[in-house]
Design a protein around this ligand. Structure first.
Ligand code: CTP
Length: 427
C-alpha cells in the first residue's frame, strides 16, 4: 500500500484534508481490504466514520476498524449512544460522502429497493441526495457480478445518482478467476481523490506523450535518455481527475497506468509519431511531455554488431526524427483552436530565453519549461509556464501537485482561446 506521490498511485499526504467519509462495510471477504482502505483515507487527511452490517462483522471485527479510524463503529439503528436515537440521520448529515466498500450483491439489491431495516441501508436511504454522494465498490464472485440481476441493479443505482466504482479482475477468494474482486485500497483511494477534484476538463479528450523513446542500433543496443515519464503520467492522472477522457502514449517506462487512463505503449520516436497521429484526430488537448530522441541511427542492424578484433569502432550515422509536437501543432485542428497544444522544454540553462524561443519555434500557445537534470527521475520539479502573455513560475513541488496546477492553467487558457461558436455548440 503506497500513500506517496512517488509512483502516482493512491494519494498525496493531504488530498482528502477536511473531508469526512462514512465508510460502510457490507458482508464479503473483501472486508479485509477495508482495514487498509480506512487507514489510507485517514493518511490522506480524511476523517472516517465506519458503519458495518451484521454480515460485515462476520468477516472483520469492529474493534479493528475502531482502532484504525479512531472512532467507535456503528452497526445498529438502535445504537443508544446517539442522544436522539437517530444514528442514520446524524451519520449521514455529517458526511462529505458515503463509500460502501465492499458492497455485496445483496447490499446493492437493498440499495436499489430502498430497504431500511438495518443501519447501513437506512442511512443510505436517509442521506440528503443532493448533498451527500454515495460511492459503491462492488465485491463478489464473478458469476454473481455478471448475473443480469446484479448488472440491472448496478445500472439502476447509477440512474438513482450513485457512483459505481469498477471491479478488479483476477483470482477470487472462491478459487475462480474473473471480474468482481473489490478494487485494491490504492485504486479506491485514487478514485475517491479524483471524485472530489473540480471537473475543469469535463468533456475534453486529452492526449499526453510521456517518457523517453528508444532508438535501436541493433537487437541488443539502442539510444535513449533519462526521462522517467513521471511528469507525463502525473499529468495524465490530473487530467483524468479533472474529468477528461485521457489517452497516454508512453515510451519505455516502468510506471503504473493512472486509473481510468487509456495507455498505448510505444518504443521509438517513429512509433510515437504513428500513435499520436491517430490519437490526435479525436483529441481536444495535446500535452507533449515525452523526451523524444532527436536522432535515430540511420540504419538498424538486424544482427548484433560484433567487435572484429581490429580495435575499430563502428561508424554510426544518424537521421533526425520528426518533431511530433511541431507536426501536431501544424494540423488544421490545432491551427483553428480546436486542439490546444502544450509543449515541454527540457533545458540545462537559460530556461526563460530557451523556452520562449522554443514556444515560437513549435508554434504552441503554451510551453512548459523545466531544467532537465533537476527533473529526470525525480518526484519533484519546478515549472515555468510561457504563453503569449508572459511567464508564470510554479515553484518546486511534487510532480502530481504541479500536474494538477498545470491542468487548471490549461483549462483557464482554453476558456479564453475557445472560439465563441464552439462554446455555444458545447453548451
Ligand atoms: N518533441 C517532440 N518530438 C521531437 C522532439 C521534441 O514532440 N522529435 C517535443 C517534446 O515532447 C517537448 C518539446 O517538443 O514537448 C520540446 O522538446 P525538447 O527536447 O526540449 O526540445 P527539442 O525540440 O528536442 O530541442 P533541443 O533538443 O534543441 O532543445
Amino acid at each position: 500500500m503506497t500513500n506517496q506521490a512517488n509512483d502516482f498511485g493512491g494519494a498525496e499526504a493531504l488530498d482528502l484534508a477536511g473531508k469526512h467519509i462514512v465508510l460502510g462495510l457490507s458482508g464479503g471477504i473483501a472486508c479485509y481490504k477495508s482495514a487498509e482502505l480506512c487507514r489510507a483515507l485517514i493518511k490522506a487527511g480524511a476523517t472516517v466514520q465506519v458503519v458495518m452490517t451484521e454480515a460485515a462483522a462476520q468477516f472483520i471485527t469492529p474493534v479493528t476498524l475502531q482502532a484504525l479510524s479512531g472512532r467507535p463503529v456503528y452497526s445498529s439503528q438502535w445504537d443508544s449512544r446517539e442522544p436522539n436515537s437517530m444514528a442514520h440521520i446524524n451519520l449521514s448529515r455529517e458526511a462529505d460522502a458515503i463509500l460502501i466498500a465492499p458492497c455485496s450483491a445483496d447490499f446493492i439489491a437493498r440499495l436499489v429497493q430502498g430497504r431500511a431495516d438495518e443501519l447501513l441501508s437506512l442511512m443510505c436511504l436517509a442521506r440528503p441526495l443532493g448533498q451527500v454522494p454515495l460511492l459503491v465498490a462492488p465485491a463478489m464472485n464473478r458469476e454473481m457480478y455478471a448475473h443480469p440481476a446484479t448488472q440491472r441493479n448496478l445500472a439502476q443505482l447509477v440512474a438513482d445518482g450513485a457512483t459505481v466504482l469498477g471491479v478488479g479482475n483476477g483470482f477470487q477468494a472462491c478459487g475462480e478467476t474473473g471480474d468482481g474482486r473489490m478494487l485494491e485500497p490504492d485504486e479506491l483511494l485514487e478514485d475517491i481523490v479524483a471524485f472530489f477534484m473540480p471537473k475543469v476538463l469535463s468533456g475534453q479528450r486529452v492526449l499526453v506523450t510521456a517518457g523517453p523513446t528508444y532508438e535501436a542500433i541493433d537487437p541488443v543496443r539502442g539510444i535513449t535518455n533519462l526521462s522517467s515519464g513521471k511528469m507525463g503520467f502525473a499529468i495524465a492522472r490530473a487530467a483524468r481527475e479533472a474529468g477528461a477522457e485521457v489517452t497516454l502514449v508512453a515510451g519505455p517506462v516502468s510506471l503504473a497506468t493512472p486509473r481510468g487512463v487509456t495507455r498505448i505503449d510505444v518504443k521509438s520516436a517513429s512509433n510515437m509519431l504513428d500513435a499520436v497521429t491517430v490519437q490526435s484526430q479525436a483529441a481536444t488537448v495535446f500535452i507533449a511531455t515525452a523526451a523524444v530522441a532527436d536522432w535515430r541511427p540511420a540504419a538498424t542492424s538486424s544482427q548484433k554488431i560484433k567487435k572484429d578484433g581490429s580495435g575499430q569502432t563502428p561508424q554510426l550515422e544518424f537521421t533526425e526524427n520528426a518533431d511530433i509536437l511541431a507536426t501536431v501543432a501544424q494540423s488544421p485542428a490545432a491551427r483553428t483552436g480546436q486542439l490546444f497544444c502544450v509543449g515541454f522544454a527540457a533545458e540545462s540553462h537559460d530556461l526563460l530565453e530557451n523556452a520562449q524561443a522554443k514556444r515560437l519555434r513549435k508554434k504552441v500557445p503554451l510551453l512548459v519549461g523545466n531544467i532537465g537534470p533537476d527533473t529526470f527521475g525525480q518526484d519533484h520539479n519546478a515549472l515555468l509556464l510561457i504563453d503569449g502573455q508572459g511567464s508564470t513560475a510554479l515553484p518546486r513541488a511534487s510532480k502530481l501537485s504541479l500536474a494538477r496546477r498545470l491542468v487548471r492553467e490549461i483549462a483557464n487558457r482554453m476558456a479564453v482561446v475557445t472560439p465563441p461558436e464552439q462554446k455555444i455548440a458545447a453548451s
